[in-house]
Design a protein around this ligand. Structure first.
Ligand code: PHE
Length: 446
């Protein structure tokens, strides 16, 4: 039995810190842009509630009851066939795989914090050249910031949950929220705010097709950090007698509100300074810097603040991506935290270098396998296969394998009778179907 190591608020902040990441500030705005704004936002909210929230509670439950690393949690909860179910615990590996490219992106962000203090690109072309040059030929700069990212994250992880992860979130999350609110307050004073509001909330139903649903399901899932043991591992260190439902509501609320506030702010800036919202993944590294340039001197200030917020969002997610495997080696192999943290850190650091080189002109050829380079493969395999599969497995595990009575005795009072039935129904029927559709579509089978 592990002693509770998060405080109540510490857990909510850390889990929200994991959930609020590049997905909220970078991905949500651009997929909203690509999928027609309001109608997408609406569908996304419904999928977050029905599917994201359902799996979130299931994953929290597995960690909270098991109170150990992922594999041990499944083992101890599986009433029968524990030798099969324990493999579900290996979803923790996904976090390390994600980190091989997530850490590289955090490195880019750190670089952008520094460059934004002085130079901002005057045109989209210039911004694009800056970005693609960094990727294709500026290996040393990327290596420098990647190393910095590795040292920072590994150092925090060696300090453990209370002194490392919880403390990090206690400091970074409030600053992140203040920066976003401050910048949004400025956006509110601009004329384009109403345009942004309309874009985010007026539904354009003609843009909706099955692909939009799939995107919404996938994002609802990714944004809540589900399916790779992060929430599970954090929940294993929740204080006893925690209210899982209440905590899950807070996490979902914070995550969703931050995504919407970030979206409203970014679209206001984009409209006000004449860039169109649907700029795809390059949104924050290409369109935004030029928008900040247009703002004049306050633009440099905002650019630095924005990239700091983005770095903070990335760092609080990154620690949650590595912690599950650290916990695994500590619990199962009795490794010291130092040994586990440094080993896992080195893993993502070294493979991160491979990911970084796979974008560079000089190494691209050797590091491209079939249709994708190493960086894109890692992104594809984790987001399209490993995460949703783990979500499916967890829904089936709690929905079918663990006895209903046991689940009921833990959650019914926290949910209330009716809400419990809705959640259980969603977990048994709606969520598995949604997850299967998601995997099939991401693999381009349907
Ligand atoms: N939820 C994070 C985001 O929105 C990403 C993430 C996924 C973090 C899975 C941890 C685990 O960016």
């Amino acid at each position: 039995m592990k002693i509770a190591r998060f405080s109540r608020l510490g857990f909510i902040l850390a889990a929200s810190g994991s959930a609020v990441g590049l997905g909220n500030i970078w991905k949500f705005p651009y997929i909203t842009g690509e999928n027609g704004g309001g109608a997408f936002v609406l569908i996304y909210l419904v999928t977050v509630l029905l599917i994201g929230f359902s799996i979130l509670i299931a994953e929290m439950l597995i960690g909270y009851v098991g109170r150990k690393d992922g594999v041990s949690c499944f083992e101890s909860l599986a009433p029968k066939h524990k030798n099969i179910w324990k493999f579900a615990g290996f979803q923790s590996v996904t976090g390390l795989f994600i980190m091989t490219f997530y850490s590289v992106v955090i490195g880019w962000i750190l670089n952008y914090i520094v460059t934004s203090t002085t130079a901002l690109p005057a045109s989209i072309q210039e911004a694009e050249t800056t970005f693609t040059t960094m990727l294709s030929s500026d290996i040393l700069t990327q290596l420098f910031y990647h190393t910095l990212t590795f040292l920072l994250i590994t150092y925090i992880l060696t300090k453990g949950i209370k002194g490392g992860i919880q403390r990090l979130n206690f400091i970074l999350m409030p600053i992140l929220i203040i920066i976003l609110l401050g910048m949004s307050a400025y956006a509110l004073t601009l004329d384009a705010f109403s345009q942004s509001l309309e874009f985010m909330f007026a539904p354009k139903w003609e843009k909706i097709n099955s692909g939009v649903f799939i995107t919404a399901i996938g994002h609802a899932f990714f944004t809540l950090s589900l399916g790779m043991g992060a929430i599970l591992t954090y929940s294993a260190s929740m204080p006893k007698n925690s209210n899982l439902v209440q905590s899950a509501i807070w996490i979902t609320l914070l995550d969703t509100v931050i995504a919407i506030v970030a979206g409203l702010m970014l679209f206001t800036f984009l409209y006000e300074y004449g860039s169109s919202p649907a700029k795809g993944p390059g949104l924050v590294f290409i369109s935004l810097p030029t928008v900040f340039y247009e703002m004049g001197i306050i633009g440099n200030f905002f650019a630095v603040l924005f990239f700091i917020a983005l770095a903070f969002a990335g760092l609080t997610s990154a620690v949650s991506l590595v912690e599950p495997m650290i916990e695994y080696f500590i619990d199962r192999f009795k490794w010291s935290r130092l040994k586990a943290s440094v080993s896992m850190g080195l893993f993502f650091y070294l493979f991160g270098i491979v990911a970084l080189l796979s974008n560079a002109d000089a190494y691209k050829e050797f590091l491209t396998f079939g249709s994708r380079n190493f960086f894109d493969w890692m992104d594809y395999i984790t987001a399209s296969i490993m995460l949703p599969l783990a979500g499916l497995v967890m829904a089936l595990f709690i929905g079918y394998s663990v006895e209903k009575q046991r689940v009921e005795s833990l959650l019914k009072a926290q949910f209330g009778a009716i809400a419990f039935q809705v959640w259980y129904f969603s977990l048994r029927y709606i969520t598995p179907v949604a997850m299967i559709l998601l995997v099939l579509s991401l693999l381009e089978i349907i």
